[in-house]
Design a protein around this ligand. Structure first.
Ligand code: FES
Length: 151
């Protein structure tokens, strides 16, 4: 299942293309504020596609998790990219459905090579580099297993 919202939609196009090349079935679930959607044609390469809109003007009214539940979308693996509240909800849903979940995080970056710690996110485990519950999004990510990070 590919889940994207806002700036997290474009990376899902590349994911859908790569997974299609590998003959892996994909279900795209994208969230938008309204029917002013983008990249829907590109995402049509997914085997199934669903949309959630905040205002209900297209697809499911509500969140991507609402669309997943209402359309009975099931998958072994979830790849998610988008705003943190969305990632948090997707992580919770993945736990509930026993799906393996990966999230792509976005943080402001300064050095981009793992030196300044300006991009850290809170992790569930102690980081080898800093000795605290942090992960560097630029160096350790930006994609993490959802269980590795606090959302
Ligand atoms: Fe400096 Fe990530 S941007 S450590």
């Amino acid at each position: 299942i590919l889940v994207g919202g806002g700036v997290g939609v474009p990376p899902m196009v590349a994911c859908a293309e790569e997974l299609r090349r590998r003959y892996i079935k994909t279900i795209a679930v994208m969230g938008y504020r309204s029917d002013d959607t983008f990249l829907q044609e590109e995402l049509s390469i997914a085997n199934e596609s669903y949309i959630a809109t905040d205002d209900g003007s297209l697809g499911t009214r509500g969140t991507v998790v609402d669309a997943i539940k209402l359309n009975h979308v099931k998958g072994d693996v979830i790849l998610a990219c988008g705003p943190k509240p969305m990632l948090s909800a997707v992580k919770t849903h993945a736990k509930y459905t026993d799906a393996l979940c990966y999230v792509s995080l976005e943080e402001r970056m300064a050095c981009g090579v793992g030196a300044c710690l300006g991009c850290v996110c809170e992790s569930t485990g102690i980081d080898d580099h800093s000795g605290v519950n942090n992960k560097r999004v630029c160096k350790d990510g930006p994609v993490f297993l959802a269980d590795e990070v606090k959302l």
